[in-house]
Design a protein around this ligand. Structure first.
Ligand code: G3P
Length: 218
């Protein structure tokens, strides 16, 4: 499973890139707004840190304007992935961009039929929002399961399922069990994946016991 981080915070990206666990980055207009900096400059900087896919979302809602924004964003760096909303204009734009060799992440996916449309439009990634479905009393993970099942029936569909709106480590585990290709994680959740009190306790005991030997390894 690939791990992307869902942030536009450069400090977090630099810090987590050093772990070797970051395969890509996703941003959205809300995350970009938190940074109070020029969006294109942020994307350029992220692309220089992370060699993998970096999702940059258009804010236009009409096909021609989406294409115009996408054209500006994709010129920033080779690893920019254009993020588009799951609307008819978004799908039309997806089809055009992917036919031109640009990678696309179709976002705001809340149903398996939307995911199927994204795949038919040639999307590189489709982003089902798990947490936001949980928030309204639906089971977000069921959506991941449905999409995986549908895609498995049609091996010609190459779209990768990018589990998004992840709120806790159990979401990551469940999405991985279902075979989601990518999970995009807020930095805090990526860090939480490693936490276990028994690891900390065990390490403290090993080190205490080793100290008693008076030995050094090197
Ligand atoms: O990648 C989509 C993600 O940013 C949405 O997460 O927590 O705002 O639902 P959230």
């Amino acid at each position: 499973m690939k791990f992307f981080i869902d942030t536009a915070d450069i400090k977090e990206i630099v810090d987590l890139a050093a772990t070797g666990m970051v395969d890509g980055v996703t941003t959205n207009p809300t995350l970009a707004a938190k940074e109070s900096r020029d969006f294109k400059a942020i994307i350029k900087e992220i692309c220089s840190i992370i060699p993998g896919s970096v999702s940059a979302e258009v804010v236009a809602t009409e096909h021609k304007k989406m294409m115009k924004e996408a054209d500006i964003l994709r010129k920033i760096a080779k690893n920019v992935t254009i993020k588009l909303p799951l609307t008819w204009d978004g799908l039309k734009t997806c089809k055009q961009l992917t036919s031109e060799g640009t990678t696309v992440n179709m976002t705001l996916c809340f149903s398996a039929t939307q995911a199927l449309l994204a795949a038919k439009a040639g999307a590189t990634y489709v982003s089902p929002f798990i947490g936001r479905l949980d928030d309204v009393g639906q089971d977000g993970m069921e959506l991941i399961a449905d999409i995986m099942q549908v895609f498995e029936n049609y091996p010609e569909l190459e779209t990768q399922v990018l589990a998004a709106s992840i709120r806790h480590p159990v979401h990551v585990l469940q999405a991985a069990k279902l075979g989601a290709h990518v999970a995009t994680l807020p930095p805090k959740i990526l860090r939480q994946l490693l936490n276990h009190p028994l690891t900390d306790k065990g390490l403290a005991t090993f080190l205490e016991d080793w100290k008693k030997t008076g030995q050094v390894i090197g």
